[in-house]
Design a protein around this ligand. Structure first.
Ligand SMILES: Cc1cc2nc3c(=O)[nH]c(=O)nc-3n(C[C@H](O)[C@H](O)[C@H](O)COP(=O)(O)O)c2cc1C
Ligand code: SF4
Length: 465
């Protein structure tokens, strides 16, 4: 499956406006402005483009939610918060092709009648913020942003807004609060942003990569675009590959590409030819897959749904056979606990409980009851919160228990078995047989901890600690 790169073509110096223009840059803005706004939206709708920010929502359809007749200002927020662990693709656009993003945003603004564009960028992206700001300044200087764009009656401003390093500010309603200068709390929906967005005005929020696809659609035409990759989720997709691969990075590929091809063909396979134990396909919030279950799974909404996961941000994390998955999950759970905004109880408390329980597994101090408790906490978060951060925290835990139960069982605190065969769950740490010799106890090893097995006739073993 090959495809000429459309979002990140390997053109030296493309970041500068002269090179961008020399390669046809801003030609699609010119084309769009000669069309009726609804024709532009229709083109995007028919192309089948779906959002690249995580939920795969159809982009053209989202644009139609913006009211046509309104006295209020309309806004477009381009989401470049990019804070999901395992995700680092939007920054490639900032660095290698920022004018494609700017052109796409101005075309989107024209289609929706938007007079103000905000590009919200992750606060830690210092280098990339400077690069994008330079490109925006260049676009203003050439008349692609601002008043009477290309001599038309259409005007729109373009502001780069720097975030302050909170993952939750990537959630669209929280992002709007952040731009307004409020605390980055997600809002209860409805009302949805198209009705009540920035400062109560109609607003559309789209991911950076989604918007960068817009000039490509106009250039190829919706029909040709819709034939790239998977028919129900077409187009090029930027896949970020990290973890145990020889050649990590961002690869522009058609949707529908096999996960095994991404790993072996593009990302150079696993160091030392080790086996793949697990893969997180679309950023840390997506459900984990077993290495043995990757055969035939494709990177698109349909393929990953069928495999029991989702595309998310297409940030694929590869873990080899030696990976301590409990440690990985504990780290992920710690992230969501830290990033929870604290508005809703299931998320605020539940993420902390999950993290605590997982730390017990990490230390081999958990009991089998902890596994049930962990699942119960995750199930009680899912679907019971204001925003999807709660789900994002629950899914990795639920999927890890479902697909890697043995990893948890290996880390349960050793059980003491008395002579009668009744298991005794050790409640303290570590497990030490007292008077083992007298009771004929033998010591063996499991998960690096001593396990005491009573083999004598005496009726009891005892633990201290
Ligand atoms: C906790 C959380 C963090 C998010 N972070 C991002 C982000 O960094 N970038 C992004 O585009 N979307 C992020 N989203 C999704 C946005 O809310 C929104 O759906 C997306 O920007 C819409 O763009 P799209 O339709 O083009 O995909 C996040 C969602 C949640 C719940
Ligand atoms: S789910 Fe979590 S992050 Fe989202 S609003 Fe509730 S507490 Fe905040």
């Amino acid at each position: 499956m090959t495809m000429e790169p459309l979002i990140l073509p390997p053109v030296p110096g493309l970041r500068g406006i002269d090179v961008y223009e020399a390669h046809g840059g801003y030609g699609m803005l010119r084309k769009a402005i000669a069309m009726k706004p609804e024709e532009v939206t229709d083109e995007v709708k028919k192309s089948g483009l779906r959002g690249r920010g995580g939920a795969c929502f159809p982009t053209g359809l989202k644009w139609t939610f913006m009211p046509k007749q309104t006295d209020k200002q309309k806004y477009l927020c381009v989401n470049g918060d990019e804070s999901e662990p395992g995700t680092f693709k939007d920054r490639q656009i900032f660095e290698l092709n920022p004018h494609l993003l700017i052109e796409g945003a101005v075309i989107a603004a024209y289609a929706m009648g938007v007079g103000t564009i905000y590009l919200y960028i992750r606060g830690e992206y210092n280098k990339w913020i400077a690069m994008v700001q330079k490109a925006v300044d260049e676009a203003y200087a050439r008349g692609y942003c601002g008043e009477s764009i290309l001599g038309s009656a259409f005007s729109t401003s373009f502001t780069v807004h720097r975030g302050a390093g909170a993952y939750i500010c990537g959630e669209e309603s929280s992002l709007m609060n952040s731009i307004e200068g409020e605390r980055g709390y997600p809002r209860v929906k409805p009302p949805f942003p198209a009705q009540f967005g920035l400062w109560g005005c109609p607003t559309t929020i789209n991911n950076v990569e989604t918007i960068a696809n817009v000039p490509v659609i106009l250039r190829l035409g919706w029909e040709a675009y819709s034939k790239i990759g998977h028919p129900k989720h077409p187009g090029p997709i930027l896949v970020g590959v990290s973890g145990h691969v020889n050649n990590p990075g961002v690869f522009e590929l058609p949707t529908g590409v096999l996960l095994t091809d991404i790993i072996h063909k593009y990302a150079g396979g696993v160091p030392g030819n080790k086996k793949i134990k697990a893969v997180i396909p679309g950023g840390s919030s997506t459900m984990i897959l077993r290495g043995e279950a990757l055969e035939g799974v494709t990177m698109d909404a349909e393929g990953l749904k069928a495999a029991g996961s989702s595309v998310g941000t297409a940030g694929l994390i590869v873990m080899d056979e030696d990976t301590d998955l409990i440690r990985v999950l504990t780290r992920i759970a710690g992230f969501y606990h830290h990033e929870s905004c604290g508005q809703c109880t299931p998320c605020r408390e539940g993420t902390g409980w999950m993290h605590k329980i997982l730390k017990r597994f990490e230390r081999c101090e958990a009991t089998t009851a902890d596994l049930d408790l962990l699942l119960e906490v995750a199930n009680n978060i899912e679907g019971n919160t204001i925003c999807a951060l709660g789900d994002a925290a629950a899914w990795p835990v639920q999927s890890m228990i479902k697909r890697f139960r043995e990893e948890f069982e290996k880390r349960v605190k050793p059980t003491l078995v008395i002579a009668s065969g009744t298991p005794v769950i050790a409640s303290g740490a570590p497990v030490i047989a007292s008077g083992g010799g007298a009771y004929g106890a033998t010591t063996t090893k499991q998960s690096g901890l001593p396990v005491v097995i009573a083999s004598g006739a005496a009726g009891a073993t005892k633990q201290s600690g």
